[in-house]
Design a protein around this ligand. Structure first.
Ligand code: PLP
Length: 394
């Protein structure tokens, strides 16, 4: 039978990373491709204890249906943390627990995007956001990020000409570039969103993972609770739990809860109970300190190896946190053309292409440093450096 799929399926890109991850299941390949937390850093013993304790305390109740908004105590914990970390006044009612922040992207898109709605994203931008939004067939336009964050002049020009409904950004240790908005850019971004009436969607899964420099306020702090903010336990506890959240103004929240009910009734309740138990019996800040020390060490090792093994024409970002380094090859070298020779050398990365909406054949690529151990980082970067040198000399 020939199936005629919904027309939107023509516009949704397949996740390139999932495709590459299939290749990298080969244990001989050193992979800098995924955005995976380091397995050694998952607090497995503590999660096991939390799991036992939930089953002991709740028994079958831990397996019952629950509320669409999410477990109240977990929402309160998140709201209190916004107060503690950012002096941001948030109540549990402002929080909806989602199946990862990826679902937050889907729900917000469902509520706000029609076919043809203008949306502004970063260039390069998080490919999972491009994919999630594309299902709703918006018109995406992208504004370049510079070393200090979004290019403010270009953003204002974009707001004036495209008149977007929303601007989606990852201001801390961006996926894919590792770039962080400085203070001035944060304030200017908020001011422009206010001036042009653009809903700011701030995706912040890496904000707590700063290993150098000083923490900066979230941009929503300057928006007087008019913007939308996403958070996630994926990078600070464990991604397999699939727990994230969206913090949104009341009118938007009402609609988000409706589409959440339609999507899956509620987020995995057992998972929510386990994480809440984990958070109350352990000190998350102590765990985050360990994560920052390890990821900081990995980033330093990868940067030193890039300097040692890559030709000097290759440029790269120096992240202050998060999980990624963004590499710019000499203009004539396309990242896609490097992928095959790199895989032959048994090293994987993500070419920049899927992080752009209207740009193809780019000379940029993303490297992840959180997952591989430092000795593997050295070997992998050496192999990648060889593949780059061979391609340059062709
Ligand atoms: C910027 C950004 N947003 C959202 C996500 C989705 O994360 P999760 O659904 O695991 O919370 C990721 C995952 O890598 C990400 O990098």
């Amino acid at each position: 039978m020939k199936i005629k799929f919904a027309s939107r399926m023509k516009t949704v890109p397949r996740s390139f990373i999932r495709e590459i991850l299939k290749v990298t299941t080969n244990p001989e390949i050193i992979s800098f491709a995924g955005g995976l937390p380091n397995l050694k850093m998952i607090p497995i013993k503590e999660l096991e204890n939390a799991c036992d304790s939930v089953l002991e305390q709740d028994g079958t109740r831990a397996m019952q249906y629950s509320t669409s908004e999410g477990y109240y105590r977990l929402r309160k914990w998140i709201a209190d943390r916004y107060m503690k970390k950012h002096s941001l006044l948030v109540t549990p009612d402002d929080i909806l627990i989602t199946s990862g922040s990826q679902q937050a992207l889907d729900l917000v898109s469902k509520v706000l995007l029609d076919k043809g709605t203008q949306v502004t994203i970063e260039k390069p931008g998080y490919l999972g956001a491009i994919q999630a939004m594309s299902v709703f067939e918006p018109r995406l336009s992208a504004v370049p990020v510079t070393e200090t964050g979004i290019d403010i002049q270009a953003l204002e020009k974009n707001f004036k000409t495209k008149k977007p409904k929303l601007f989606y950004a990852v201001p801390n240790f961006q996926n894919p570039s590792g770039i962080t908005y400085d203070m001035e850019t944060r304030k200017a971004t908020a001011a422009l969103c206010k001036k042009y009436n653009v809903i700011f969607v701030e995706d912040d899964p890496y904000g707590e993972l700063r290993f150098s420099g000083t923490d900066l306020p979230i941009i929503n702090k300057f928006l007087n609770k008019t913007g939308i903010l996403f958070g996630s336990f994926s990078k600070i506890v464990a991604p397999g739990l699939r727990l994230g959240w969206v913090c949104a103004p009341k009118t938007i929240m009402k609609n988000l809860i409706t589409v959440k009910q339609a999507a899956d009734l509620h987020t995995n309740f057992f998972s929510q109970r386990i994480v809440y138990e984990y958070l109350t019996k352990n000190n998350l800040d102590t765990h985050i300190e360990k994560l920052k020390a390890v990821y900081g060490k990995h980033a330093k090792a990868m940067l030193a190896c890039i300097e040692k093994y890559f030709p000097s024409e290759v440029k790269f970002t120096r992240p202050q946190g998060g999980m990624f380094i963004w590499v710019t090859l000499p203009a004539k070298i396309k990242a896609m053309a490097l992928l095959k020779p790199a895989l032959k050398e048994k090293v994987a990365f993500v070419p920049g292409d899927p992080f752009y909406v209207h740009t193809k054949n780019v000379n940029t690529l993303r490297l992840n440093y959180s997952n591989a151990e430092p000795d593997m980082i050295e070997e992998g970067i050496k192999r990648l450096g060889n593949a780059v040198k061979k391609l340059i000399s062709k």
